[in-house]
Every structure is written in structure tokens, then in C-alpha cells.
Write a protein that binds this ligand. Structure first.
Ligand code: SAM
Length: 229
């Protein structure tokens, strides 16, 4: 399967069964135990990113690109904290939902701005580029291209999360819970941290902060890399 096929599958998934599933997981309504575990794990990742950014005390007016923004779980609180957020996602349905949530939460539709776009076609220049839990949709041999593109959009910092290869066995056992039923056609890819770090370094970035969120059904390694050259 090539990356175009993967992308079409991912896009279709997040416009159909995946949309319904992840909209619920990334919400506050009733969900089953597995979904609740994933919701809590994901929220920890979002909270860690927000705590890193607020600790630096320079969030007001900072330009942030949230690539693969989903329903706006990170974009909305970042805009609320004063950042100028450019959010995009390959799925129209996710973007539609994100826009609605932003309007309900923030009472305005100007910031974040939302666009339906494949992250690899994004252009522009942002102080910070963030891409959370999207690499799981990228095969290893396509990760370098994708991460390098995100680096090219970033003036100063890239924050990236991925499911680490070290937990391969435990994750693979549980992966059915990530993509149950008909959506099993959507593949989940794990990435070796050493490979990700090497790609970042080859683009002139070095890792400054790192974190790991690990619950029963959610595994996410989070890296903050700053431009060093
Ligand atoms: N980053 C969000 C968050 O943490 O709340 C959403 C994470 S969700 C697991 C993965 C998201 O990545 C989905 O909304 C999906 O549509 C999006 N996605 C997958 N491949 C993409 C691509 N090539 N370009 C843009 N978005 C993509």
C-alpha cells in the first residue's frame, strides 16, 4: 500500500466511522471504558503541551500551526491562551466539528483559523508547529518526508507526538481498540524514537523537552525540538 492509499483511507475514515468515534473520545459525553482511557491519555498529552508553552511565558500573539488538529482539542485552548493558531486537518468533518467547538467555547470564529488540508501541502512560516498523534497514520518510510516538511514550516520549534515502537507488542495487541469494526482497515504505524530524533536533527532541530503518556490503551511519546541551526 502506498502513502496515497493510506491517506485516502485515513481521510475517508475520519470523515465517516472514525469521525463519530473520535468526536466522542475527544468530547465529554458518555463513552465506554476503553474510549475513556484513550480520552484521559490524550488529554494528558494536550495538557503537557499547554504546560510547556505556558511555562515559557511568551504565548501571547505567538503563531502556532496545529497540523492535523482533529476537533481542535489543542487549538482551542491555545487560542484561548492568546496564541494565533492556524489549525488544519485532512478531514472536512473533523474541521467542521472543530470550528463549531471553537465558536461555542471562544464565542468568536477568527482565531483559530481552520482549513481542510493535507499537512504535507501546508505552507507558511510559524513560530511553533505542533503535530499531535498524527504520525500513527504514517508508515515509517514516509515519516522523514512528513517531519521534514513540518520542520520547514517552523521558525523556532516543533512539537511532535507518536506511538513509540518500543511498546510495539503491547500496542499491537490493543490496536483493535483504536480502530474497531469496519475501520480496522485503517492501519496504525509505530515509530522508533531514535529515527524520529535523527530526522529532527537532520533538519537542524534538537530535542529540548520530552514526555511519555502511557495509559492502558493510549501510548504517546511527546518531543519538543528547537531549531538549533
Ligand atoms: N491532533 C489532534 C489531537 O491530538 O487532538 C487529532 C489527533 S487524531 C488521532 C489524528 C488526526 O490526524 C485526524 O483528525 C486525521 O484526520 C488527521 N490526519 C491524518 N493524516 C493527516 C494528514 N496527512 N494531514 C492532515 N491531517 C491528517
Amino acid at each position: 500500500m502506498n502513502v496515497t492509499d493510506d491517506k485516502t483511507i485515513v481521510k475517508d475514515y475520519f470523515n465517516s466511522t472514525g469521525f463519530d468515534r473520535w468526536r466522542r473520545i475527544y468530547g465529554d459525553g458518555e463513552v465506554n471504558k476503553v474510549q475513556l482511557d484513550i480520552r484521559n491519555g490524550h488529554q494528558q498529552t494536550v495538557d503537557t503541551v499547554i504546560s510547556w508553552l505556558t511555562a515559557d511565558n511568551n504565548l501571547a500573539g505567538m503563531s502556532i500551526c496545529d497540523a492535523g488538529c482533529g476537533v481542535g482539542s489543542l487549538s482551542i485552548p491555545l487560542a484561548q491562551a492568546g496564541a494565533k493558531v492556524y489549525a488544519s486537518d485532512i478531514s472536512d468533518k473533523m474541521v467542521e466539528e472543530a470550528k463549531e467547538r471553537a465558536l461555542n467555547t471562544l464565542g468568536q470564529g477568527e482565531n483559530p483559523t481552520f482549513a481542510v488540508q493535507d499537512l504535507e501541502t501546508l505552507s507558511g512560516s510559524y513560530h511553533t508547529v505542533i503535530c499531535l498523534d498524527v504520525l500513527i497514520h504514517y508508515p515509517q518510510d514516509k515519516a522523514a518526508e512528513m517531519i521534514s516538511h513540518l520542520c520547514s514550516l517552523s521558525q523556532s520549534r516543533l512539537i511532535l507526538s507518536f506511538a513509540p515502537k518500543t511498546f510495539a507488542l503491547s500496542i499491537l495487541k490493543k490496536i483493535g481498540s483504536f480502530f474497531p469494526g469496519p475501520s480496522k482497515a485503517t492501519r496504525a504505524y509505530l515509530h522508533r524514537e531514535a529515527d524520529v530524533v535523527k530526522i529532527l536533527e537532520s533538519n537542524g532541530f534538537s530535542v529540548q523537552r520530552q514526555s511519555m503518556t502511557k495509559t492502558s490503551f493510549y501510548f504517546s511519546r511527546l518531543l519538543e525540538a528547537n531549531r538549533s541551526s
